[in-house]
Design a protein around this ligand. Structure first.
Ligand code: NOJ
Ligand code: CA
Length: 576
């Protein structure tokens, strides 16, 4: 294991700064709050933090609209606070990676203010400007966050392009000055000691230079209504095809490869830094490009069934090992949730066994081959909060969903609110629930938090209560993270599926030179008596193993693998 890099061994934990911990009592999470919680994170056992954007931002897209890449948002603190946070993390053996938003800046960024001011200023080509065509936008492209992808600027008599909100103009990455400016921002944080970056929306950085009209045939309303909310007016294949026909020219262009190579060179000016892309495309991983991308494909299902996971792992791991990277090969990275997706407990629960499934899903993420990324609050089983009033929404995307349903589709008020509340990202961004006290102890009683707190902090979904109970989800997270650390096979071992026909449970070995572990995840309410040594098993399994972990009461010691009883929803990990 000594040969693996820190980011291959690490368990990552995403902090969503606005919602993590509020130290100065203004209802908004901040760096001092995060500093106060570093011991909590150390005790949880995580090795690295991914901090969502911590830069100054008008917060149209909750920080993903950056107005200064080399400063800290005043709501979160100062650069000195950030240094204290970083030092505090490092002192506890925790690395920190930041978010790098390459595709766009805020429209309030000084670069854009200058660029939009005239056609002949020094930054005139820093963004994507085009002349009007027939008095309108240069083509029919859409923004993925609704409406046209073009916005008119009277001062220039031209349109600028934005893939996301109009307040997030796309940078012109074909301009070398843009590259240098952004690379300098990377150097700024690396110089301070930051350990890496998660690169936002990398697929959107380039668009086809000749900008032909898209060839989608659905109206934007129909496309978004069906594509985003899972409505079934058209078969899913049609929606997928239409989505590609509509957005294909705006994403994943070949120029990305060269840009990633340049970025990697900057990265490698500093020792031991890491780049992970917000993309599932393994083509972006190489010795001279990104270190990792996320296995988002694993999440693209209603239920994480054994069949689904096996198929996903089969495709993913063979794809990664075929890449031209030296041993240990391009490295996998698994996650089930983040600030853009429903809470794991909701998304992959069945409404009946959510607690059991939450435990199984953590075990899955921590025992599959690859670096796990956890999202803050997942460790106490935080769930989505469905907002009941459009005035409480803070996610501009959620507000647009509401408008799309109301004015675009013409749905009644109640139905529109329901769809928007179930699809806005606010639901999974609510403040961390620290204790059973007003606002879950996130901020003072008499202060309104920036987003409402989920009232289920009162029924045990809070850190303080779970810390005291050895059977809590939080205690379970701690145990499993520790277990992963103590067993090299779970980090560096190959993934070898067994019992591949099983419908209800997933069984696989993790096998390294030093150790082999058997992992059994019973994803059903059934009980099974299993023979892992049968000749039908594709891998050689000895008759006995030593119990490492079970989510059920089990006597410690030896387990008979010719007839191993597996209980409903049990997580069973055995050393062979
Ligand atoms: C992906 C981020 O995760 C998301 O929150 C954001 O809205 C878009 N990129 C645009 O930056
Ligand atoms: Ca605060």
């Amino acid at each position: 294991m000594a040969d693996l890099k820190w980011w291959q061994k690490a368990v990552f934990y995403q902090i969503y700064p606005q919602s993590f911990a509020d130290a100065n009592g203004d209802g908004i999470g901040d760096l001092k709050g995060a500093i106060d919680k570093l011991d909590y994170l150390r005790d949880l056992g995580i090795d690295a933090i991914w901090m969502s954007p911590n830069y100054p931002s008008p917060m149209v897209d909750c920080g993903y609209d950056i107005s200064d890449y080399t400063a800290v948002a005043p709501e979160y603190g100062t650069l000195d606070d950030f240094k204290l946070f970083l030092d505090g993390a490092h002192q506890r053996g925790i690395r920190v990676i930041l978010d790098l938003v390459l595709n766009h800046t805020s429209d309030q960024h000084a670069w854009f203010q200058e660029s939009r001011s005239s056609r002949d200023n020094p930054k005139k080509d820093w963004y994507i400007w085009r002349d009007p065509v027939n008095g309108g936008p240069p083509n029919n492209w859409l923004s993925t966050f609704g409406g046209p992808a073009w916005e008119y600027e009277t001062k220039r008599g031209q349109y600028y392009y934005h893939f996301f909100f109009r307040e997030q103009p796309d940078l012109n990455w074909r301009n070398p000055a843009v590259r240098q400016a952004m690379f300098d921002a990377v150097r700024f944080w690396y110089h301070l000691g930051v350990d890496g970056f998660r690169i936002d929306a990398i697929g959107t950085v380039f668009e086809r230079e000749d900008m032909p009209d898209h060839t989608g045939t659905l109206t934007p309303e129909a496309l978004f209504y069906n594509g985003r909310f899972g409505k079934q007016e058209y078969p899913p294949e049609v929606i997928e095809k239409e989505w590609k026909a509509t957005f294909g020219y705006q994403v994943d262009q070949p120029e990305m490869i060269d840009l990633l190579r340049e970025l990697r060179k900057v990265n490698d000016e500093y020792a031991d830094r890491m780049l992970i892309g917000e993309s599932e495309k393994i083509e972006y991983c190489a010795d001279d490009m990104l270190h990792m991308v996320f296995n988002f494909n694993l999440m693209r299902t209603e239920r994480l069934t054994p069949k689904w996971v096996r198929q996903n792992q089969g495709e993913r791991l063979s794809g990664l090992s075929a890449l031209a990277c030296p041993e240990p090969g391009a490295w996998p990275c698994n996650t089930l949730g983040n600030h853009d997706s429903p809470r794991v407990k909701n998304r992959f629960g069945d409404g009946e066994h959510d607690e059991e499934l939450a435990r199984l899903h953590l075990a899955l993420i921590l025992t599959l081959k690859g670096t796990p990324f956890l999202y803050n609050g997942e460790e106490i089983g935080m769930t989505d909060l469905i907002l009941d009033d459009i005035r409480k929404f803070r996610d501009t995307l959620g507000v647009w969903y509401y408008q799309l349903c109301r004015s675009g589709i013409g749905l009644p008020e109640e139905a529109s609110l329901d769809i928007a509340a179930h699809n806005t990202r606010d639901k999974n961004r609510t403040p961390l629930q620290w204790k059973n006290a007003a606002h879950a102890g996130f901020c003072p009683d008499d202060v309104e938090p920036w987003l409402p707190v989920n009232p289920n902090y009162k029924v045990g979904i809070n850190v303080e209560q779970q810390e005291r109970v050895s059977s809590s989800l939080l205690s379970y997270y701690r145990k499993l993270i520790l277990l992963r650390k103590a067993n090299p096979a779970l980090i560096e071992g190959d993934y070898l599926p067994i019992h591949e026909e099983a419908i209800d449970y997933l069984a696989f070995l993790r096998k390294s030179a030093k150790q082999t572990c058997l992992v059994v995840l019973n994803m059903s309410g059934g009980s099974f008596l299993l023979d892992f040594t049968s000749p039908a098993t594709s891998q050689q399994v000895p008759k006995h193993g030593e119990l490492l972990f079970s989510s059920r009461e089990r006597p410690s010691g030896t387990i008979d693998l010719t007839q191993a009883a597996v209980a409903p929803f049990e997580v069973l990990i055995v050393k062979l």
